[in-house]
Write a protein that binds this ligand. Sequence first.
Ligand code: GLN
Length: 316
Amino acid sequence: LPAHLAPTLSAALDQIHTEAQALFGQGHVADYIPALARVPPRQFGMAVALTDGSTFAVGDAQTPFSIQSISKLFTFVLALKTQGDALWSRVGREPSGAAFNSMVQLETEHGIPRNPFINAGALVITDILTTGYAHLDYALLGAMRRLTDDPALSWNVAVARSERETGHRNMALAYFMKSYGNFVNPPELVLDNYCRQCAIEMSCAQLAQATMFLANGGRDLGRDGSPDEHMLSPADTRRVNALLLTCGAYDAAGDFAYRIGLPVKTGVGGGIVAIAPGMGTVAVWSPELDAKGNSVLGAFALERLVQLTGWHYASA
Ligand code: GLN
Protein backbone atom coordinates (compact mmCIF):
# COMPACT_ATOMS: atom_id res chain seq x y z
CA LEU A 1 0.00 0.00 0.00
CA PRO A 2 1.73 3.23 -1.12
CA ALA A 3 2.08 5.94 1.54
CA HIS A 4 -0.40 8.25 -0.17
CA LEU A 5 -3.07 5.63 0.45
CA ALA A 6 -2.59 5.81 4.23
CA PRO A 7 -5.90 7.66 4.78
CA THR A 8 -7.61 4.75 3.01
CA LEU A 9 -6.03 2.27 5.40
CA SER A 10 -7.17 4.26 8.46
CA ALA A 11 -10.68 4.40 7.04
CA ALA A 12 -10.59 0.64 6.36
CA LEU A 13 -9.64 -0.11 9.97
CA ASP A 14 -12.44 2.13 11.28
CA GLN A 15 -14.93 0.40 9.01
CA ILE A 16 -13.75 -3.09 10.04
CA HIS A 17 -13.91 -2.09 13.72
CA THR A 18 -17.54 -1.06 13.31
CA GLU A 19 -18.51 -4.15 11.32
CA ALA A 20 -16.75 -6.53 13.71
CA GLN A 21 -18.80 -5.40 16.74
CA ALA A 22 -21.86 -7.05 15.18
CA LEU A 23 -20.17 -10.45 15.56
CA PHE A 24 -19.69 -10.37 19.34
CA GLY A 25 -21.37 -13.34 21.02
CA GLN A 26 -20.71 -15.88 18.25
CA GLY A 27 -17.72 -17.55 19.90
CA HIS A 28 -16.46 -18.55 23.33
CA VAL A 29 -13.44 -17.51 25.34
CA ALA A 30 -10.95 -20.38 25.86
CA ASP A 31 -11.80 -21.89 29.22
CA TYR A 32 -9.59 -25.02 29.34
CA ILE A 33 -6.91 -22.74 30.75
CA PRO A 34 -8.74 -21.44 33.86
CA ALA A 35 -6.94 -18.06 33.94
CA LEU A 36 -7.99 -17.34 30.33
CA ALA A 37 -11.67 -18.02 31.09
CA ARG A 38 -11.73 -14.77 33.10
CA VAL A 39 -10.82 -12.49 30.16
CA PRO A 40 -13.73 -10.13 29.26
CA PRO A 41 -14.87 -11.43 25.85
CA ARG A 42 -16.13 -8.32 24.07
CA GLN A 43 -12.84 -6.71 23.17
CA PHE A 44 -11.40 -6.03 19.73
CA GLY A 45 -8.14 -4.49 18.63
CA MET A 46 -6.30 -4.32 15.34
CA ALA A 47 -2.92 -2.91 14.33
CA VAL A 48 -1.16 -2.67 10.99
CA ALA A 49 2.55 -1.95 10.56
CA LEU A 50 3.91 -1.20 7.09
CA THR A 51 7.44 -1.89 5.90
CA ASP A 52 7.93 1.88 5.48
CA GLY A 53 7.66 2.22 9.27
CA SER A 54 4.15 3.67 9.43
CA THR A 55 1.61 2.16 11.82
CA PHE A 56 -2.18 2.17 12.14
CA ALA A 57 -4.36 1.00 15.00
CA VAL A 58 -7.98 0.78 16.04
CA GLY A 59 -9.95 -0.36 19.11
CA ASP A 60 -8.08 -2.18 21.88
CA ALA A 61 -4.84 -2.31 19.88
CA GLN A 62 -2.73 -1.23 22.87
CA THR A 63 -4.22 -3.75 25.33
CA PRO A 64 -1.83 -6.60 26.23
CA PHE A 65 -3.28 -10.10 25.77
CA SER A 66 -2.03 -13.66 26.17
CA ILE A 67 -0.28 -14.53 22.91
CA GLN A 68 -0.54 -18.32 23.55
CA SER A 69 0.24 -20.22 20.33
CA ILE A 70 1.51 -17.12 18.57
CA SER A 71 4.60 -17.73 20.72
CA LYS A 72 5.22 -20.85 18.58
CA LEU A 73 6.13 -18.57 15.70
CA PHE A 74 8.91 -16.95 17.73
CA THR A 75 10.25 -20.22 19.19
CA PHE A 76 10.25 -21.78 15.73
CA VAL A 77 12.21 -18.85 14.30
CA LEU A 78 14.74 -19.13 17.16
CA ALA A 79 15.11 -22.88 16.55
CA LEU A 80 15.52 -22.39 12.80
CA LYS A 81 18.17 -19.73 13.41
CA THR A 82 20.13 -21.88 15.82
CA GLN A 83 19.58 -25.41 14.41
CA GLY A 84 18.94 -24.87 10.72
CA ASP A 85 17.74 -27.92 8.79
CA ALA A 86 18.77 -30.28 11.62
CA LEU A 87 15.42 -29.63 13.30
CA TRP A 88 13.55 -31.40 10.49
CA SER A 89 14.64 -34.77 11.84
CA ARG A 90 12.45 -34.07 14.90
CA VAL A 91 9.37 -32.41 13.40
CA GLY A 92 7.63 -32.42 10.01
CA ARG A 93 6.31 -29.62 7.85
CA GLU A 94 2.90 -30.82 6.69
CA PRO A 95 -0.51 -29.46 7.72
CA SER A 96 -2.07 -31.86 10.24
CA GLY A 97 -5.75 -31.45 9.46
CA ALA A 98 -6.29 -32.25 13.13
CA ALA A 99 -6.97 -30.15 16.22
CA PHE A 100 -4.04 -28.18 17.62
CA ASN A 101 -3.79 -30.43 20.67
CA SER A 102 -4.51 -33.75 18.91
CA MET A 103 -2.37 -36.81 19.56
CA VAL A 104 -3.79 -39.33 17.06
CA GLN A 105 -1.13 -38.90 14.35
CA LEU A 106 1.74 -39.24 16.82
CA GLU A 107 1.26 -42.98 17.17
CA THR A 108 1.13 -43.87 13.48
CA GLU A 109 3.91 -41.38 12.73
CA HIS A 110 6.26 -42.71 15.42
CA GLY A 111 6.38 -39.68 17.67
CA ILE A 112 7.28 -37.15 14.94
CA PRO A 113 4.73 -34.28 14.99
CA ARG A 114 3.38 -33.05 11.67
CA ASN A 115 4.57 -29.43 11.98
CA PRO A 116 6.08 -26.94 14.47
CA PHE A 117 2.79 -25.13 15.16
CA ILE A 118 0.55 -27.88 16.51
CA ASN A 119 1.13 -28.42 20.23
CA ALA A 120 3.18 -31.60 19.79
CA GLY A 121 5.48 -29.89 17.28
CA ALA A 122 5.80 -26.76 19.39
CA LEU A 123 6.72 -28.89 22.41
CA VAL A 124 9.53 -30.50 20.37
CA ILE A 125 10.74 -27.03 19.35
CA THR A 126 10.72 -25.92 23.00
CA ASP A 127 12.56 -29.15 23.90
CA ILE A 128 15.23 -28.31 21.29
CA LEU A 129 15.55 -24.76 22.65
CA THR A 130 15.60 -26.00 26.26
CA THR A 131 18.74 -27.97 25.32
CA GLY A 132 20.23 -24.95 23.57
CA TYR A 133 19.61 -22.30 26.21
CA ALA A 134 20.35 -22.59 29.93
CA HIS A 135 17.49 -20.14 30.60
CA LEU A 136 15.21 -20.38 27.60
CA ASP A 137 12.47 -18.32 29.22
CA TYR A 138 14.74 -15.29 29.50
CA ALA A 139 16.49 -15.88 26.15
CA LEU A 140 13.11 -15.85 24.42
CA LEU A 141 11.94 -12.84 26.39
CA GLY A 142 15.18 -11.03 25.50
CA ALA A 143 14.63 -11.64 21.79
CA MET A 144 11.03 -10.46 22.02
CA ARG A 145 11.95 -7.39 24.07
CA ARG A 146 14.39 -6.40 21.32
CA LEU A 147 11.79 -6.93 18.60
CA THR A 148 9.23 -4.77 20.44
CA ASP A 149 11.70 -2.26 21.95
CA ASP A 150 9.83 -2.92 25.21
CA PRO A 151 12.11 -3.91 28.13
CA ALA A 152 9.04 -4.59 30.29
CA LEU A 153 7.58 -7.27 28.01
CA SER A 154 6.95 -10.41 30.08
CA TRP A 155 4.76 -13.40 30.71
CA ASN A 156 1.74 -13.41 33.00
CA VAL A 157 2.72 -15.54 35.98
CA ALA A 158 -0.87 -16.47 36.88
CA VAL A 159 -1.68 -17.60 33.32
CA ALA A 160 1.54 -19.64 33.07
CA ARG A 161 0.84 -21.33 36.41
CA SER A 162 -2.79 -21.95 35.51
CA GLU A 163 -1.85 -23.76 32.30
CA ARG A 164 1.03 -25.60 33.97
CA GLU A 165 -1.32 -27.00 36.63
CA THR A 166 -4.01 -28.10 34.15
CA GLY A 167 -2.02 -28.93 31.00
CA HIS A 168 -2.31 -32.71 31.31
CA ARG A 169 -2.75 -33.24 27.59
CA ASN A 170 0.42 -31.33 26.72
CA MET A 171 2.28 -33.36 29.36
CA ALA A 172 0.85 -36.52 27.79
CA LEU A 173 2.03 -35.41 24.33
CA ALA A 174 5.54 -34.82 25.69
CA TYR A 175 5.74 -38.21 27.42
CA PHE A 176 4.30 -39.96 24.37
CA MET A 177 6.99 -38.43 22.18
CA LYS A 178 9.60 -39.34 24.78
CA SER A 179 8.50 -42.97 24.46
CA TYR A 180 9.53 -42.76 20.79
CA GLY A 181 12.85 -41.13 21.66
CA ASN A 182 11.77 -37.75 20.29
CA PHE A 183 12.07 -35.79 23.54
CA VAL A 184 15.40 -35.02 25.19
CA ASN A 185 14.68 -33.00 28.33
CA PRO A 186 12.39 -33.85 31.25
CA PRO A 187 8.82 -33.07 30.09
CA GLU A 188 8.21 -31.13 33.34
CA LEU A 189 11.06 -28.73 32.54
CA VAL A 190 9.95 -28.24 28.92
CA LEU A 191 6.35 -27.68 30.04
CA ASP A 192 7.54 -24.96 32.45
CA ASN A 193 9.16 -23.18 29.51
CA TYR A 194 6.23 -23.83 27.17
CA CYS A 195 3.63 -22.47 29.59
CA ARG A 196 5.70 -19.33 30.14
CA GLN A 197 6.18 -18.70 26.41
CA CYS A 198 2.42 -19.12 25.85
CA ALA A 199 1.65 -16.71 28.73
CA ILE A 200 3.70 -13.86 27.24
CA GLU A 201 1.52 -10.78 26.93
CA MET A 202 1.69 -8.39 23.99
CA SER A 203 -0.62 -5.84 22.41
CA CYS A 204 -1.65 -5.89 18.75
CA ALA A 205 0.63 -2.91 18.13
CA GLN A 206 3.58 -4.80 19.64
CA LEU A 207 2.80 -8.00 17.79
CA ALA A 208 2.65 -6.21 14.44
CA GLN A 209 6.03 -4.64 15.18
CA ALA A 210 7.61 -7.87 16.46
CA THR A 211 6.73 -9.82 13.31
CA MET A 212 7.80 -7.10 10.87
CA PHE A 213 10.94 -9.05 9.92
CA LEU A 214 8.69 -11.66 8.28
CA ALA A 215 7.24 -9.02 5.95
CA ASN A 216 10.60 -7.42 5.38
CA GLY A 217 12.86 -10.17 4.00
CA GLY A 218 14.09 -11.15 7.47
CA ARG A 219 15.07 -7.69 8.69
CA ASP A 220 13.54 -6.10 11.75
CA LEU A 221 12.88 -2.35 11.60
CA GLY A 222 14.43 -0.08 14.20
CA ARG A 223 12.49 2.54 16.10
CA ASP A 224 13.17 5.06 13.31
CA GLY A 225 11.85 2.69 10.64
CA SER A 226 15.30 1.83 9.25
CA PRO A 227 16.51 -1.81 9.01
CA ASP A 228 17.79 -2.87 12.41
CA GLU A 229 18.41 -6.48 13.37
CA HIS A 230 18.90 -9.24 10.80
CA MET A 231 16.58 -11.91 12.18
CA LEU A 232 16.45 -14.37 9.29
CA SER A 233 17.85 -14.82 5.80
CA PRO A 234 15.45 -13.99 2.96
CA ALA A 235 15.25 -17.73 2.12
CA ASP A 236 14.37 -18.75 5.71
CA THR A 237 11.85 -15.91 5.88
CA ARG A 238 10.06 -17.34 2.84
CA ARG A 239 10.09 -20.79 4.45
CA VAL A 240 8.60 -19.52 7.71
CA ASN A 241 5.86 -17.70 5.80
CA ALA A 242 5.10 -20.83 3.77
CA LEU A 243 4.65 -22.85 6.96
CA LEU A 244 2.46 -20.14 8.48
CA LEU A 245 0.27 -20.18 5.38
CA THR A 246 -0.12 -23.97 5.38
CA CYS A 247 -0.07 -24.75 9.14
CA GLY A 248 -0.55 -21.51 11.11
CA ALA A 249 -4.27 -21.94 11.76
CA TYR A 250 -4.21 -25.72 12.48
CA ASP A 251 -7.16 -27.56 10.97
CA ALA A 252 -8.57 -24.25 9.71
CA ALA A 253 -5.43 -23.50 7.65
CA GLY A 254 -7.15 -24.25 4.35
CA ASP A 255 -10.14 -22.14 5.28
CA PHE A 256 -7.87 -19.26 6.37
CA ALA A 257 -5.86 -19.50 3.14
CA TYR A 258 -9.10 -19.40 1.15
CA ARG A 259 -10.67 -16.52 3.09
CA ILE A 260 -7.55 -14.48 3.89
CA GLY A 261 -4.70 -15.83 1.76
CA LEU A 262 -1.86 -14.65 4.01
CA PRO A 263 0.55 -16.47 6.33
CA VAL A 264 -1.01 -16.34 9.82
CA LYS A 265 -0.47 -17.56 13.34
CA THR A 266 -3.41 -17.82 15.71
CA GLY A 267 -3.61 -18.35 19.47
CA VAL A 268 -6.33 -19.31 21.94
CA GLY A 269 -5.89 -15.94 23.67
CA GLY A 270 -7.79 -14.60 20.63
CA GLY A 271 -4.83 -13.10 18.81
CA ILE A 272 -3.98 -13.57 15.14
CA VAL A 273 -0.98 -12.15 13.34
CA ALA A 274 -0.89 -12.06 9.54
CA ILE A 275 2.08 -11.34 7.28
CA ALA A 276 1.75 -9.51 3.97
CA PRO A 277 5.26 -10.05 2.54
CA GLY A 278 6.74 -6.83 1.22
CA MET A 279 3.79 -4.81 2.57
CA GLY A 280 3.54 -5.17 6.32
CA THR A 281 2.02 -7.05 9.21
CA VAL A 282 -1.44 -7.12 10.75
CA ALA A 283 -2.23 -8.12 14.33
CA VAL A 284 -5.79 -8.52 15.52
CA TRP A 285 -7.18 -9.60 18.87
CA SER A 286 -10.63 -10.54 20.09
CA PRO A 287 -11.03 -13.28 22.73
CA GLU A 288 -14.13 -15.11 21.45
CA LEU A 289 -13.02 -18.27 19.61
CA ASP A 290 -14.65 -20.59 17.08
CA ALA A 291 -14.76 -24.37 17.52
CA LYS A 292 -11.20 -24.74 16.19
CA GLY A 293 -9.75 -22.26 18.67
CA ASN A 294 -9.33 -19.31 16.31
CA SER A 295 -10.68 -15.80 17.00
CA VAL A 296 -14.06 -15.21 15.32
CA LEU A 297 -13.73 -11.44 14.99
CA GLY A 298 -10.02 -11.76 14.23
CA ALA A 299 -10.60 -13.95 11.20
CA PHE A 300 -13.44 -11.70 10.05
CA ALA A 301 -11.29 -8.58 10.39
CA LEU A 302 -8.44 -10.10 8.38
CA GLU A 303 -10.83 -11.27 5.69
CA ARG A 304 -12.25 -7.76 5.38
CA LEU A 305 -8.81 -6.14 5.39
CA VAL A 306 -7.56 -8.24 2.48
CA GLN A 307 -10.77 -7.48 0.58
CA LEU A 308 -10.18 -3.76 1.11
CA THR A 309 -6.42 -3.71 0.42
CA GLY A 310 -5.98 -6.55 -2.09
CA TRP A 311 -3.13 -8.02 0.00
CA HIS A 312 -2.59 -11.69 -0.85
CA TYR A 313 0.34 -14.11 -0.70
CA ALA A 314 0.17 -14.73 -4.43
CA SER A 315 0.37 -11.05 -5.33
CA ALA A 316 3.08 -10.07 -2.84
N1 GLN B 1 -1.05 -22.86 25.54
C1 GLN B 1 -2.06 -23.38 24.66
C2 GLN B 1 -2.06 -24.89 24.68
O1 GLN B 1 -1.01 -25.49 24.68
C3 GLN B 1 -1.84 -22.84 23.28
C4 GLN B 1 -2.84 -23.37 22.28
C5 GLN B 1 -3.22 -22.37 21.25
O2 GLN B 1 -3.07 -21.17 21.41
N2 GLN B 1 -3.83 -22.84 20.19
O3 GLN B 1 -3.09 -25.51 24.70
